[in-house]
Design a protein around this ligand. Structure first.
Ligand code: CP
Length: 318
């Protein structure tokens, strides 16, 4: 199965970040995801495309959605899949990242999907081993497949990303989702705003070409899409204070249904998960008519199938 438009191969060997992709790469991934999404509606949700490919999923950090979504995507493409979790591995005995991955590659693995707490870990790996690398989130840096599935979900609901106004609301400073979304949405022609308390917006973020807003109601009035980011409670629990209390954060930046109704216009409400219900959004909003949160999760499988399928074209075979 191949995308039928003029570009049929990606300009990159690895998916390390959205920053490296062209808009044509993103459009190619979306067209390929369209094809895989139709496969996923069939009774037999599987194609034999990657029967000769072995993928290792290396998760050095916790994950629910991304990990399951990659594994499902790989299995739907008929790849052989091995899963690795840092908490049950010899990493606990002091083995380095490169040694761990070289040992896995000695078992003839073609592609590595990796989540790691260190920004730049995927780039580092791509310079030390010959496999295709897919970044499944590297610290506070990038989460490229999340941004692709987010933009794909906007395109699906609104027809196009070009010209749309997207507000990314919440903890921008610690968010890999925010940076990848900014790159992806801008490459596709959207206008992007970030909104949150001053302490959770990086200094000089305007240099990326985004608007900055500190008032939630103004952000909601401006946007077509609000992408609500998780407040990273573990950082507050660790004793670092970015706002006086959770209650105060909710009062200033939490979205409830009455706010959406007052807008007198439809907006899409997104969230990459995991949600803190009652913090960044209420349960009524998370499960309400504006929310496309589960559409995002569904689209994640088709997007990851497309990414893996397109990158597999660059695998060197003996
Ligand atoms: N959206 C996302 O990355 O979720 P997980 O941390 O559960 O993978």
């Amino acid at each position: 199965m191949k995308a039928t438009q003029e570009h049929s191969t990606l300009s990159v060997k690895h998916l390390l970040g959205i920053k490296d992709l062209t808009s044509e790469d993103i459009e190619l991934i979306f067209r390929q995801a369209d094809e895989f999404k139709s496969v996923l509606q069939r009774p037999i949700k599987k194609v034999p495309s990657l029967r000769d490919v072995t993928v290792a999923n290396l998760f050095f950090e916790n994950s629910t959605r991304t990990r399951l979504s990659f594994e499902l995507a790989e299995k739907r493409l008929s790849a052989d899949v091995v899963n690795f979790s840092a908490s049950t591995s010899s990493v606990k005995k002091g083995e380095t990242l490169v040694d761990t991955v070289k040992n896995i590659l000695a078992m003839k693995v073609d592609m590595v999907v990796m989540r790691h707490a260190s920004p730049g870990a995927a780039v580092f790996l791509s310079r030390h081993i010959p496999a295709v690398i897919v970044n499944a989130g590297d610290g506070t840096h990038e989460h490229p497949t999340q941004a692709l599935l987010d933009a794909y979900s906007i395109r699906e609901k609104l027809g196009s990303v070009k010209g749309k106004r997207v507000a990314i609301i919440g903890d921008i400073t610690h968010s890999r989702v925010a940076l990848s979304n900014i790159y992806c949405l801008q490459k596709l022609g959207a206008e992007v705003m970030v909104c949150g308390p001053t302490t959770l917006i990086p200094k000089h973020i305007e240099s990326l070409g985004v608007r900055v807003e500190h008032h939630l109601e103004r952000a909601l009035a401006w946007c077509d899409v609000a992408n609500m980011l998780r407040i990273q409670l573990e950082r507050q629990d660790a004793g670092v204070r970015y706002f006086p209390s959770l209650r105060e954060y909710v009062m200033q930046f939490g979205v409830d249904q009455s706010m959406l109704e007052k807008l007198n216009k439809p907006i899409l409400l997104m969230h990459p998960g995991p949600i803190n219900r009652g913090v960044e959004i209420t349960s009524e909003v998370a499960d309400g008519p504006n929310s496309i949160i589960l559409n995002q999760v569904e689209n994640g499988v088709a997007i990851r199938m497309a990414v893996i399928y397109l990158l597999a074209q660059g695998i060197q075979r003996d």
